[in-house]
Design a protein. Structure first.
Length: 313
């Protein structure tokens, strides 16, 4: 198989205390830090016009560099806007490829960019490359096999030509907190969460020296919340959690009040909010969060596009 090679230091050399970084390729970074647009505002504009941006689907890129060695790029979710994320942020941050992929669930916002994974794989005219490991549940695998049958590895028939498609090594994981797996050298604990009352999605807990949890959720099962809460298995250094709307509620995602209630219960050392709609104002709402953080003793803020965090795992 054709192997890809990289410098041991990479484009972003890590110090001994900077073993990994997280990139948020999904959040807006224009002058006003505006949020995910409601498409109706684009085709049926109001007066005055709504503040809009072109935010992409939520995802997370981990640049794991243990002991200052080779960079390992781990991507969580590959949504329908993945191509745009590559053009904006992989180019900007000089990310050359993806070493492994983890999927939270099989909805469009998490998987419909899988066809474009080929652009972050080594090029070979015969497509004779090492497949990228991709970790997902059996339920997600069955759904993706219907959406992308040509991405599921099959033996070529005699005389059949190799197609230039993403080469993926499908690896099944279990939706259970006691069934961790390792992706590109980093251990992940699956966190089953409710993503609508009839649907289980996964968040992930990772890191040893510093513990990070990444979740998009409408409700936490008690067993999952225990694993990531200060009153349970131990305090998180960072909680990354969604908040869809500023008011009301939603059947598949937490909203402002529910998110802050969850942050209080889990009590991490720090929390970042993701997945906001266009009604949020980055600066104004971060000021509100700063006041809340001062009262509650938990630093919380809205994440923004291109945000990079350095932590020691």
């Amino acid at each position: 198989m054709q192997q890809h090679h990289r410098s041991k230091t990479g484009s972003y050399a890590a110090t001994k205390l900077q073993q990994w970084r997280i990139l948020f390729p999904d959040l807006p970074r224009n002058r006003l830090f505006q949020r995910r647009p409601q498409r109706r505002c684009l085709i049926q504009p109001s007066d005055p016009p709504c503040k809009l941006c072109n935010q992409c689907n939520t995802s997370l890129l981990i640049d794991y560099c243990p002991d200052g060695g080779e960079h390992n790029y781990i991507l969580i979710d590959v949504g329908k806007t993945f191509r745009e994320q590559v053009l904006r942020w992989f180019v900007h941050h000089k990310i050359p490829l993806v070493d492994s992929i983890i999927l939270t669930h099989e909805h469009a916002d998490a998987v419909l960019g899988l066809d474009d994974i080929r652009v972050v794989q080594p090029y070979s005219a015969t497509n004779d490359i090492d497949p990228t490991p991709i970790y997902l549940t059996q339920f997600a695998m069955d759904s993706i096999a219907l959406k992308f049958p040509y991405l599921i590895k099959k033996k070529l028939k005699e005389g059949e030509e190799v197609r230039r498609v993403a080469q993926l090594d499908w690896r099944i994981i279990e939706s259970h907190c006691e069934k961790p797996f390792t992706s590109s050298g980093l251990e992940f604990v699956p966190l089953p969460v409710i993503h609508g009352e009839d649907y289980i999605s996964l968040g992930f807990l990772f890191g040893c020296k510093s513990k990070v949890a990444y979740v998009c959720v409408s409700r936490f099962p008690a067993s999952t919340e225990y694993v990531i809460s200060k009153s349970g298995a131990g305090q998180l250094d960072l909680l990354i959690i969604d908040t869809l709307y500023k008011g009301g509620s939603h059947n598949t995602h937490l909203c402002w009040n529910q998110t802050l209630d969850a942050v209080k219960r889990i009590c991490p050392k720090r929390a970042l909010l993701i997945g906001m709609t266009h009604e949020f104002d980055h600066h104004e709402d971060n000021e509100i969060l700063a006041a809340w953080s001062s009262r509650e003793g938990i630093p919380v803020q809205l994440a923004h596009d291109g945000l990079r965090l350095y932590m020691d795992l």
